[in-house]
Design a binder for this molecule. Structure first.
Ligand code: ZN
Length: 506
């Protein structure tokens, strides 16, 4: 049969959808192997699993860069400009295709091999407080990150292409303008709190049997809206959320007997990511739009549920009676208010992942600024620990005694490129406050319900304005549409000042 020269647009669109679904399905197989690797797989499976995942990764890359996909997208060029779901799909698929095509396969392999070796080196350097051993490895990572950025010539800053991968449409300039305003207000707030006496926290290190923690956490996230008929929760060393399809969005958790907050808040955090994914419109499933739109927006949802909801007085008013019933011995001399105060302690801390809401973004902005300096060459890798410690002293008033709890603490620079990931953590907090304020403003009853510990309406607003759209809008447009304003740090600062001003009597 001779192929007609002209194919109607609808045929090309449905062919594109079929092609994209197969790519998504292949990626889901890769994800499933990763989930299994982190939750179930015996140690003996590691070598074969590495090989299997590399094979699927290669197949996915071939499909993502195929001439057939390029031809399909080419024939749909006119759809790209449409202000419709199809237009958004073709735009996103074209963007992904162009990005993937720009990277030579040899380079992708070199980067992958290097970052895998770097991760292994980091697992040894960190416990041994041995930055010197990993410095040459990190130098190479910086060089590879610069080369990666170099494949994208339209850039104002060398980090822009790296950021664009995770937070599409955002740049160093747009992020710095938000971060610099935030830092200026955040450092004095943190300092004012550091001078005050913290609340009582002794009861949090009593015994909280782990199976009971898991049962309680399950009850909490079910009440917040996590749908167990389309998900499940398993144990893993590093908690994460993973999507295989619209009907299968899983989370993982871990627990410590003498700190129930670790498991509770990481479970709510991952459930927040999952709430986003579980509520993306079904029609977008199996396409590149069937995922959250960016790292920053994703993190805005995990942090909204973890902090804005989970660390609120309303949350503890509602859940403390059940918490106390679950752990009567540990909580015999504690009430909801004491719990609320204890889990909102602000302190000079060394470790980002354990930091409170006030100091967390200072940790993130420190990393963001340093990685920009590494990428531009302003800062040499050998001078990094010193620069790290100086910034810790000026922003957090504390200097790590070892690199283990300093520059070696986070995995990111040692398992992927330098640049592109840290900004998302702070952007998430900033966005979460902006979304939350917009939700409260949308109707008086939301605020009343939230104060009573009923989060159904809040979730409804998020589904309507954020979740259902998946990747249809880039972050800037999504924020503007949902909140009526561009990204700003003001709602986040107002939230911190009000909450912690009351808690610390400022
Ligand atoms: Zn997260």
């Amino acid at each position: 049969m001779i192929r007609p020269m002209f194919r109607p647009m609808t045929d090309s669109l449905s062919e594109l959808r079929d092609e994209l679904r197969e790519i998504e399905d292949l990626s889901s197989i890769d994800q499933l192997m990763e989930w299994d690797q982190q939750t179930q797989m015996p140690e003996g499976g590691a070598v074969a699993r590495g090989r299997q995942m590399a094979l699927i990764g290669k197949l996915v890359h071939q499909r993502r860069t195929s001439t057939r996909l390029g031809d399909l997208l080419g024939s749909l060029r006119s759809v790209q400009d449409e202000d419709s779901a199809d237009g958004a799909l073709v735009r996103r698929a074209t963007r992904d295709f162009m990005r993937a095509r720009r990277l030579p396969t040899d380079f992708v392999t070199e980067l992958k091999e290097h970052t895998a070796a770097s991760y292994v080196a980091w697992t040894k350097a960190k416990p041994n407080n041995d930055f010197a051993s990993i410095a040459p490895v990190l130098e190479k990572t910086v060089e590879l990150s610069r080369r990666l950025a170099g494949f994208f010539p339209d850039q104002d800053h060398v980090a822009d292409p790296l950021i664009d991968e995770h937070d599409p449409g955002m740049t160093v300039a747009s992020i710095q303008s938000v971060f610099s305003g935030l830092r200026k207000e955040l450092v004095p707030l943190a300092n004012a709190i550091f001078d005050k006496q913290g609340p009582r926290r002794d009861f949090l290190s009593r015994s909280f049997p782990i199976p009971k923690q898991y049962a309680f956490n399950r009850e909490v996230i079910e009440a917040l809206g996590y749908d167990f008929s389309r998900g499940r929760i398993d144990e893993a060393a590093h908690p994460f959320m993973i999507r295989f399809a619209a009907g299968d969005i899983r989370i993982t958790t871990r627990a410590q007997e003498h700190d129930p907050t670790d498991s509770l808040y990481s479970t709510i955090h991952e459930a927040g990511h999952a709430l986003y994914e579980q509520n993306i419109a079904a029609a977008l499933d199996g396409t590149p739009l069937g995922h959250g739109t960016s790292t920053g927006v994703h993190e805005s949802q995990s942090r909204l549920w973890e902090n804005r909801v989970g660390r609120s007085r309303a949350f503890w008013d509602r859940f403390f009676p059940r918490f106390q019933e679950t752990f009567p011995e540990a909580l015999k001399d504690v009430d909801a208010e004491a719990m609320y105060r204890a889990i909102n302690t602000v302190e000079r801390s060394l470790i980002r992942v354990d930091a409170d809401e006030v100091t967390y973004n200072l940790h993130v902005m420190l990393r963001f600024d340093l990685e920009l300096q590494l990428l531009t060459g302003e800062l040499k890798v050998r001078d990094l620990p010193e620069a790290w410690n100086a910034r810790m002293k000026s922003d957090l008033g504390v200097v790590p005694e070892t690199d283990t709890v300093g520059v070696l603490q986070d995995i990111h620079w040692y398992c992927t490129t330098v640049g592109g990931t840290f900004q998302g953590y702070a952007l998430g907090n900033i966005m979460s406050a902006q979304f939350y304020d917009a939700a409260l403003k949308s109707s008086e009853t939301i605020e009343r319900d939230v104060a009573r510990g009923d989060f159904t309406q809040l979730r409804g607003w998020l589904v309507e304005n954020v979740y259902q759209h998946g990747g249809r809008y880039l972050p800037d447009a999504l924020i503007q549409n949902a909140t009526g304003a561009p990204l700003t740090h003001a709602p986040f600062m107002r939230y911190l000042e009000t909450k912690f001003g009351e808690l610390y009597d400022l």
